[in-house]
Design a protein around this ligand. Structure first.
Ligand SMILES: C[S@@+](CC[C@H](N)C(=O)[O-])C[C@H]1O[C@@H](n2cnc3c(N)ncnc32)[C@H](O)[C@@H]1O
Length: 364
């Protein structure tokens, strides 16, 4: 991955100069605490080192009492049903429905291609092609390139400029304040493992086990996750803010079906990010059971799902070819919380961050 970067402002936030962030080998990092830096594929972000400033990045606890929330009042989630043509082609060629694991394999390969793009370079390259297609009056190509340009522009805004997928400040706002020390963390459907790394940075000294049944996630999505991406967390000795890098953390990646895991109740935190919404209602209890069965007594289940909003609908509409291989729902925090509550969890914290709902819960 390219490492070219351009320094950008910190959007009016006070910059902490409390000390420069050091890599574990002592090399100078790309940014200091309090700063952000725009790379060609993603944003480096060490803003808001002070945990108390995180309130701005989460809309927290809109529901006071989950026991009075009813489905007739909150409605049912929205289903994203415009599937990628790759799924239709596969099903025509194979004369069968695409197996769920295959749909995840196609999704992960496609999604990864977006994460590693040098976006400004892609935009320039495609604009050149588009201009040549217009000058050559090549109608079909003009239409295709126009759609691709829209996708790149949306990806640039959603992921690279505004960081709505990784959303480090929102995630830190959701994950803060857990009563754990050197926790064992289990990440179900881990993909590139981002949130396990953010949790490990905030609660250092433990271990995170990342599980995904698509081997490509271990080798490529996690394997190629940038070594120089800084996660803002805590210094284990002093408690002061410091940056953590993938190579600093105690991470184990298991390529396994979650249903085959032999762990007992041994994790302090079980987390999933974008998993529950891929299960139609009759399977949601099974998905939630996965979060319960590996937790220590009093352990935390943390789940996030994409919010139902015009922004997420636009994203899955424009990015359908890249993203829509699997069954997917978009839901409100009320709907998400109700699934979790009625499946035997007490909700400790809930809210929404940039584009995801988030819930922190304990088994009831
Ligand atoms: C929507 S993705 C998670 C979103 C993730 N944050 C991302 O960036 O793609 C869900 C992941 O769960 C994995 N997964 C789904 N069902 C699984 C199962 N039964 N066992 C293991 N992994 C599973 C898929 O392979 C996929 O990588």
């Amino acid at each position: 991955m390219s490492t070219r970067m351009t320094r950008s402002g910190s959007e009016g936030e006070p910059e902490s100069r409390a000390g420069q962030v050091m890599h574990k080998d002592g090399a100078m990092p790309p940014i200091d605490l309090g700063q952000t830096l725009l790379g060609p594929s993603f944003r480096y972000d060490l803003r808001s080192p002070d945990i108390s400033k995180l309130d701005r990045f989460i809309v927290e606890n809109p529901i006071r009492d989950w026991s009075v929330v009813r489905w007739k009042d909150v409605g049912r989630p929205f289903r994203v049903e415009n599937y990628a043509s790759g799924k239709r082609v596969w099903e025509e060629q194979n004369g069968d429905r695409m197996p769920i694991q295959t749909s995840w394999e196609m999704f992960n390969r496609s999604f990864h291609e977006w994460f590693v793009k040098d976006v400004p370079y892609e935009q320039r390259r495609m604009m050149g092609q588009f201009a040549r297609a217009i000058l050559g009056f090549r109608g079909t190509e003009i239409g295709r390139l126009w759609r691709e340009l829209q996708q790149v522009a949306l990806w640039n805004t959603a992921h690279r400029l505004t960081d709505t997928i990784w959303d480090p400040r929102g995630k830190r706002a959701l994950f803060r304040g857990l009563d754990v020390s050197k926790p064992r963390i289990l990440f179900l459907g881990a993909a590139e493992g981002y949130e396990a790394m953010q949790l490990s940075a905030m609660y250092p000294g433990g271990e995170a086990v990342l599980v995904d049944y698509d081997g490509f996630c271990q080798t490529h999505r996690f394997g190629e996750f940038p070594e120089d991406y800084p996660f803002l967390g805590t210094h284990p000795q002093t408690g002061s803010p410091r940056a953590w890098y993938k190579g600093d953390m105690n991470l184990t990646y298991l390529v396994s079906d979650i249903r085959q895991l032999s762990f007992g109740h041994e994790f302090d935190i079980v987390i999933s990010v974008g998993l529950l919404e891929h299960f139609p209602d009759e399977y949601k209890p099974e998905c939630l059971e996965w979060h319960r069965k590996f937790l220590k007594p009093n352990g935390y289940a943390i789940l996030t799902t994409p919010r139902h909003s015009w922004k997420t609908r636009l994203f899955y509409h424009v990015m359908a070819e890249a993203m829509n291989y699997t069954y997917r729902e978009l839901m409100s925090i009320q709907q998400m919380g109700l699934y979790i509550h009625e499946n035997g969890f007490n909700i400790l914290r809930h809210g929404y961050i940039k584009t995801h709902n988030g819930v922190v819960a304990r088994v009831r």
